[in-house]
Design a protein around this ligand. Structure first.
Ligand code: ADP
Length: 423
């Protein structure tokens, strides 16, 4: 197959990869997301591949090794520009992994300059004079200062990045970005001449991201959240098109599996039930003492006949008090693992019953379901809600349409709306 791959992306977590892929598709690229670094060459004819790693908080040496392996694979598929995607809240510690991975990719690509910006104004992430805002507050006042794994106590990204890298870090500020492509290029040349290796870029609007795009065309490596992606497809002569998000026609039965306990997902479960559709709750306590298989069989026996009439919902979604009670009884990790395992088995069983359109709610829940379904690759399709596209996982038996909704995404009617988007 002639290789048409243009952009090669490395994402440091799973739902972040989907978020990036979604932005690229909406700007006109045909995109495949892979779960980890594929063992085989790319089989699909696409413009971009997003390799989803789980490298955000793993030991730095491992994050570097995995990212370099992803780079090698992407280069072998013909990628001409590399995009390292991290969280829009710049989740990292002074040890990394954003700085060290960036440095390793720069070394491997033999480049002396790259940018860094988690800006995504549509999602409330803006960078001004190098300071990252989440909504209306600075990053270190947003709650992220209390994150269990990557507490962000400084909103100044030049300082944050400088603590993680030996390369000199500089700033391309909002005034320069506002002036457009030529001014940004000039600033990059100046920073380079000053020995700066990483330029943090301000952006407070989508227009800033679009102005940035053409100025980044010749950089071998970009590092960013998902926002910068909206300005890139035009560099490859691509325009937004319906064709970019086209998936094979949807077939088969429909189901929703929900393990997210977020405010948004609780609302979505309540909404789905209120429409009169069949829904079955899984009580985590019922899974104790090796009862998971029995519970899963019971759920599938219930779902079997109902599926013929339209989508069913299987959920462990619960309000905070109920979740806390279960966690006190089972332990946080044990409760999570039990529920994830059960929901993943339910997803597998539903697909065996003929479900080929599956909505999964919850980031960790999605990871467990994708693994249980042996999905290695997802073609990215049309957006249901911001950050949440339909995807298609091919298989010899026809494949599955699946959407992976992280906790707080989606409107209240997301579960019913999703199937409408596939029609
Ligand atoms: P989100 O995207 O909202 O964070 P996740 O799937 O990532 O959702 O995380 C939810 C976690 O809570 C999972 O580990 C899941 O197994 C667990 N969980 C789901 N339902 C319950 C429940 N009723 N009680 C305790 N833990 C639960």
């Amino acid at each position: 197959m002639t290789k048409t791959l243009k952009l090669g992306c490395i994402a440091d977590d799973f739902t972040g990869a989907t978020d990036l892929a979604n932005n690229l598709v909406r700007s006109g690229m045909r995109v495949v997301q892979t779960i980890g670094v594929p063992a085989a060459p790319l089989a699909a004819d696409v413009d971009a591949v997003v390799v989803a790693l789980k490298s955000r908080t793993i030991p730095t040496a491992e994050a570097i090794a995995q990212s370099l392996e992803a780079l090698k694979w992407l280069q072998a598929q013909g990628a001409t520009q590399i995009y390292f995607k991290y969280c829009s809240t710049f989740d990292s510690t002074p040890e990394g992994n954003i700085g060290p991975v960036t440095e390793a990719l720069m070394d491997a690509l033999g480049t002396d300059f790259t940018i860094a910006t988690p800006a995504f104004p549509d999602n409330g992430r803006t960078v001004f004079k190098g300071y990252l805002f989440a909504g209306n507050v600075l990053l270190n006042e947003s709650g992220m200062q209390n994150h269990p794994l990557t507490p962000m106590t400084d909103a100044n990204l030049v300082r944050v990045m400088q603590a993680q890298t030996k390369r000199k870090v500089g700033l391309i500020d909002y005034k320069t970005v506002g002036l457009g492509e030529a001014a940004i290029r000039e600033r990059i040349a100046t920073l380079r001449a000053e020995g700066v290796g990483v330029g943090v870029v301000d952006a407070t609007s989508n227009e800033d991201l679009h102005r940035m795009g053409p100025a980044l065309k010749s950089l071998p490596l970009l590092t960013a959240g998902s926002g910068v992606a909206i300005g890139l497809p035009a560099n490859f002569g691509l325009k937004p098109s319906l064709q970019a998000s086209q998936l094979p026609a949807a077939r088969g039965l429909q189901a929703v599996v929900s393990g997210s306990c977020s405010v948004a997902t609780n609302g979505q479960v309540a909404h789905f039930k209120a429409t009169g559709r069949p829904a079955m709750a899984i009580n985590p306590a019922s899974l104790m003492h090796g009862q998971t298989d029995a519970v899963v069989q019971q759920v599938l026996a219930w779902a079997g006949p109902l599926l013929q009439n339209g989508p069913v919902l299987v959920y462990s979604t619960a309000e905070p008090d109920a979740v806390k009670a279960v966690q006190a009884q089972l332990g946080v990790a044990e409760a999570g693992a039990l529920v994830e395992h059960a929901l993943a088995s339910v997803a597998r069983g539903l697909v065996d019953l003929g479900v080929q359109q599956l909505v999964v709610a919850g980031g960790e829940t999605s990871g467990a379901c994708v693994q249980a379904l042996n999905i290695a690759q997802l073609q990215i399709g049309p957006q249901i809600d911001p950050g949440v596209p339909w995807c298609h996982a091919p298989s010899p038996t026809g494949g599955v349409h699946i959407t992976l909704k992280s906790g707080n995404f989606g409107t209240e009617d997301f579960f019913s709306k999703a199937f409408g988007v596939l029609k």
